[in-house]
Write a protein that binds this ligand. Structure first.
Ligand code: NDP
Length: 447
């Protein structure tokens, strides 16, 4: 059967087996669209039904998370952990707490994670978890009780050599601490079962900064190949969470100027350059809305509606908030305004139509799978440090991160070129990530 018929048949099976999960369908489709030529060259993948197996999670866990709010009322949320693929190592991927979380979101993120982790070159399989719990407006005690209840069930399924979760939207250092404490209490063991831990108790330097820094390292590498640099460039960064903040920090360190950031309510525009100390204070310490920025910086402007950020004129756009936040119309506006490069800090922030606009307009487009792999890469380095029981210096972890991002860039661009799609990093990242996993699955037999 021709490769495109095979990928189409696999896609149809995914649709019928996973109804009502559009984000998962979207993530699978993007990969299947890239790997036809790989199947042509490697009939052994077809014979061993690698595609059919890779789109089916090894294990899917859905569980009840009961907890008590400040008023003493009992509340119930739903928890998920998708252990998607362990061909390259223990399942690895974050935990997301957001009201939009359902099975389809966790499956899309888990599927992306397989190829992303493969790209890092470290030994990590793919997984993802989360809950429809909304941390916004909850007290610290409520968040702690929720995390403890979540881990009371999850701890049966994870372990340092089995499945190692980390943070994601709504799960930062505080939540990882609460979950780690509960795991330790129930299992009576102090192990590297979670990454993103505090520095005093097993965390890695640079983990907090890793996804944002990594995004900017790979962007700098891609620009260098075009004889350009971030120095003097104007940048728009969506979101104001972990990824957005540290992407902004690194852009500023490299001489660029971030002029816009956002949250789910709206965006700020500061032509003088965003004052990151203010954003950190508002978002990391006080947990306030981005709108507050303009009461401190009077020349900055705030507008309701997060999509408006893509109307801001910029050389480089870094969507760092959430999936499908940048659509076709926004992509066209960015191109019209002269945007040269887009790097996905979030997972799948650009709709497929938006990605096509960038690729067709020859705007350099770095997909999340490659561009935001820095977070999980330093998580992998945290696992290595936990095994050795020796913490690394900031410089060592940062320089390893930089090397990993440069290698991802090199491998994705070489794969794209080898398969006749020079400059298409979507195809390149998918092929480079997939090939390694497929070879491991072949070697490990029918599992
Ligand atoms: P955070 O929870 O720290 O921050 C998320 C940010 O995005 C918040 O500012 C949030 O605003 C904003 N946001 C949410 N929805 C929207 C929206 N529709 N429009 C605009 N802004 C929005 O999460 P992270 O920074 O950790 O994660 C961001 C993205 O990066 C996610 O896609 C995640 O999967 C991905 N990622 C994260 C990694 C990590 O290491 N943390 C690693 C790799 C990928 P508000 O406060 O209003 O909700």
């Amino acid at each position: 059967m021709a490769a495109n018929k095979i990928t189409q048949a696999v896609y149809e099976q995914v649709l019928s087996r996973n109804p009502g999960e559009p984000e998962f369908h979207q993530a699978v489709k993007e990969v299947l669209n890239s790997i036809g030529p790989v199947l042509e060259k490697n009939p052994q993948y077809v014979e061993a039904r690698i595609l059919e197996r890779i789109v089916e999670p090894e294990r899917q866990l859905i569980f009840r998370v009961p907890w008590q709010d400040e008023k003493g009322d009992f509340r119930v949320n739903r928890g998920f952990r998708i252990e998607f693929n362990s061909a390259l190592g223990p399942y690895k991927g974050g935990i997301r707490f957001h009201p939009s979380v359902y099975l389809g979101i966790i499956k899309f993120l888990g599927f992306e994670q397989i190829l992303k982790n493969s790209l890092t070159g470290l030994m990590m399989g793919g997984g993802k978890g989360g809950s429809d719990f909304d941390p916004k407006g909850k007290s610290k005690g409520e968040v702690m009780r929720f995390c403890q209840s979540f881990m009371t069930e999850l701890c049966r399924h994870i372990g340092p050599d089995t499945d190692v979760p980390a943070g994601d939207i709504g799960v930062g250092g505080r939540e990882i601490g609460f979950m780690f404490g509960q795991y330790k209490r129930i299992r009576n063991e102090f192990t590297g079962v979670l990454t993103g831990k505090g520095l005093e108790w097993g965390g890695s330097l640079v983990r907090t900064e890793a996804t944002g820094y990594g995004l900017v390292y790979i962007m700098a590498e891609a620009l260098k190949a075009k004889k350009k640099g971030l120095d003097g460039m104007t940048v728009a960064v969506s979101g104001s969470g972990n990824v957005a903040i540290y992407a902004t920090e690194k852009v500023h360190q490299l001489g660029g100027k971030v002029v816009a950031m956002s949250d789910s309510n709206g965006f700020i525009y500061d032509p003088a350059g965003i004052n990151l100390d203010t954003v950190k204070k508002l978002k990391e310490v006080e947990r306030k809305r981005i709108k507050e920025y303009v009461s401190i910086h009077k020349k900055a402007k705030y507008a309701d509606g997060c999509n408006g950020i893509w109307n801001v004129k910029c050389d480089v756009a870094l969507p760092c908030a959430t999936q499908n936040e940048l659509d076709e119309a926004a992509a066209k506006t960015l191109v019209k305004n002269g945007c040269l490069a887009v790097g996905e800090g979030a997972n799948m922030p650009c709709t497929p139509e938006a990605a096509d606009v960038f690729i067709d307009s020859k705007v350099m487009f770095l997909p999340g799978k490659a561009a935001n792999a820095g977070g999980v890469a330093v998580s992998g380095l945290e696992m290595a440090q936990n095994s050795q029981r020796i913490p690394w210096t900031f410089e060592k972890a940062d320089s390893e991160l930089k090397i990993i991002m440069q290698t991802i860039y090199k491998n994705a661009s070489q794969a794209a070129e080898e398969y006749g799609c020079k400059g298409n990093f979507v195809v390149g990242a998918n092929i480079a990530g997939f090939t390694k996993v497929a070879n491991a699955m072949l070697a490990q037999g029918l599992v």
